[in-house]
Design a protein around this ligand. Sequence first.
Ligand SMILES: [Fe+2]
Ligand SMILES: [Fe+2]
Length: 275
Amino acid sequence: MSPSPEDRDRYDHWLTHFRSNVARHEVLDAQWDWSAPVELSPTQRRAFVHSLQRFELGEAGDGIHLLGKAERVGDATYTDCLRLFVAEEQRHSALFGRMLDRFAADHLPGHWSDTAFTLLRRALGLRTELVLFLVAEAIALEYFAALAEGAPDAGLRRLGAYVLEDERHHVSFQIDRLREGFARTPAPLRLAIGAVWGVIGFGATVVVCLDHGAALRACGRRPVEVLRACLRAIRGSIRAVLGDDASRAYRDAPQGQESPTDSTAWSARSSDGGA
Ligand SMILES: [Fe+2]
Ligand SMILES: [Fe+2]
């Protein structure tokens, strides 16, 4: 999965994005009013605490194993991007934790699902680990969109919008790397990988929509409707990575131009139901 020299421009683009996003976060963080009163009923508060506790754990990883795999591939620019990506996830985790403090709620010391997911990722190669990230992030897009649009508390809506903007770019970042990683995989094998990916995506979506159903309903969203949106997003990401057009477009893309999977283009494809 080592990048060709001409692919470096692609990661220069992502490095610029991640670096400029640090400044965006600093501006947003300075404007945040954490002392604003909580606008939730006890039932709604319980639902969001349940969600935030799991997201806080899920995004707190130090990324040491992931970065180690990237370093072994030998692409310094991509590894720098990944380092900033891991820092963004840790920032999300800190924000979820701060929101739990605002709700006067406890933090989870650990959860079996997070431990299992972490062990599974560590056992896999870089490419497969990125696929799992992409599944989780495609689902997260729908969850945080629901939070941004419909949460009954202004602080939660702000948190949803903040994380959603980052996750849109994360999805595009993973797609860019995975398109490159699968570009030379034979078509029949890509088909089989897409099928397994779809099954994993379906299972993960069902688990998340059940586990976070109360929070989704508190945002005015029916879990089954979110489930359908997640499956569309996952199908879109699979096609963006493994579709024939995607593979050809990746190989033929002139160097130095905007990333072919920039977040706007990907969002449009996924909302259409695929690339
Ligand atoms: Fe995140
Ligand atoms: Fe992410």
